[in-house]
Design a protein around this ligand. Structure first.
Ligand SMILES: [Zn+2]
Length: 97
């Protein structure tokens, strides 16, 4: 039997957690800025690289930074007189923080 070294995946380098961050979003239809809960997936870099990492994985891990990805890209306007779909374009899709 041959031992195959499987390349590390994102989830080997990061701890994944979904979270909700409130953000002020402007609706171009009714021109109201209201606060909306925005879903993000946070990937926090692990404190140490898991065992079995090769040279390439170590280099990747060294360069890796924690980040979050925005999961929501559309939402419904909260204004009861509007209710239109808003495309979120004012927030970045990936944030390093
Ligand atoms: Zn609106």
């Amino acid at each position: 039997m041959q031992f195959i070294i499987k390349p590390m995946e994102e989830r080997d380098l990061y701890t994944e957690k979904d979270e909700v961050v409130p953000a002020n979003i402007y609706c171009p239809k009714c021109r109201e800025t209201l606060e909306y809960p925005i879903k993000w997936r946070r990937r926090t870099k692990k404190a140490a690289i898991p065992g079995g990492a090769n040279e390439q994985d170590r280099a990747r891990f060294a360069k890796a930074r924690s980040y979050r990805i925005r999961l929501d890209d559309k939402l419904r306007c909260k204004n009861p007189r509007c209710g239109k779909t808003i495309e979120i374009s004012t927030l970045q899709t990936v944030v390093f923080d």
